[in-house]
Write a protein that binds this ligand. Sequence first.
Ligand code: ADP
Ligand code: MG
Length: 467
Amino acid sequence: MQTQVQNESVENAIEKAKLYGMLKYLPDGQLTHAPFSLSPYSISVADLLEMTELTTYFSELMIRVSQDWAFLDQYLGPISKTDPFLKMLLDLREQEVTQSKQLLVQRNDFFLIKDDFSNGGQGSSSTGAVPSVSALRQVELNTVSASFPFLITQLVRLHQNLFEQNILEQIIPNNPLGPVVDAFAKAVQDYGSTDAVMLMVSQPAESNRFDQLGLEQLLWEKYKIMTVRKTLTEIYENGSLREGHLILAGKKVALTYYRAGYTPDDFRTSEALKGRQLIEASSTIQVPDLPMQLAGMKKIQQVLTHQEMLSAFASEEISKRFLNTFAAMHTLDEIIETPDGALSASEWASRNPEKYVLKPQREGGGNNYFGKDIPIKMADMQPEEKDAYVLMEKIEAETHPAILVVNGNAETLTSVSEIGRYGICFADNGGVESNEDVGYLVRTKAENVDEGGVCAGFACLNSLTKA
Ligand code: ADP
Ligand code: MG
């Protein structure tokens, strides 16, 4: 329980959060504040530096992988036999009109592991200038719908304000929203049409609407670029093609930004697929384009944990740094060395489910299997379905006490924090033109909670402080 003084601070923080537009919709349509923490997460300068430096290399990796359709097809094609959603995505290639300009807005998520580095990442045997052990463990890299650039920028304002009132410690500055909006404006200008708009592809009922509104607002205030917000179905119903351009609301769409389209739920109607096909058939710049979306699949992440695969896309030195941050990932039938001898990964994970996370080719939270659900799910699978899943070593993140404020209530809980770095990369025909790290996201949640969604109410927005 909070003391009286702390209670007042919590009330004060909740009001400020609302003032700054840190809002989300509850399932009944009411507005509440987005969950946030009042305990900034402390990180060492070395870990922060390594994470930040890796952003541009990871962006470049995703650009390179996206340019290699044969590679994507080799590993995703077999899964599409049992996964209709993936098949639908792969089939979109037929509609795709070449737009050589690529804009990647990605977020690369990590945990910091407990202080024992003895079972350090995949590259822990490496020697040389690069540290051979690291506390960083990558959870996943999001190439589609890397959300929270607005809400986290507002949270930093809130934390900065509380620091100035001597309630919180000094936090590490962070403003991913500005660079994301600048990148969108540049893409609209690069498209070469004056008076063109950005299309925000959204889900029909979006609880995280304010994160999108904040972005739209800054794009208008700073650049006078209008955003047209539509679901995939509405795009089919209201959109058309004119000389290769996508036209909506009478305007050319220079840029299409996906905050939907990464889950089968977004394609419940056949019109939704036609909406996506219409986008593909136009020359609009897509954030992300289809190959970039596919490059972010968990199957591709798993394949790239193998050094020989990774080395096709990254130098030896950079590969080592990547490998240092990778948790072990396996196909279900992969034979691995275990304390019980050589076993299939699925057999080992069934015996030790608390050590793994079972992941299908999905984004957006709520799709993974944890703990005792893993053997149940695997026993339930047809043999041919197994290709569609990967097993990932469960990352044992460092824990810390944190005040978590969810829907008006504050609680102090033993927590873990997932740190994402935002990266923005422009490329043309695979050639990188600009590439930068633009800030961070921290999501803090109780240690016993598996999933990580902020709008689902599992995790709280947070900021970083120097250890
Ligand atoms: P999604 O695409 O649904 O966001 P993620 O791979 O990011 O899928 O998993 C969702 C959440 O599950 C993460 O935010 C994290 O909290 C938790 N999680 C995922 N993988 C691991 C892992 N290997 N170890 C521990 N927690 C994990
Ligand atoms: Mg995730």
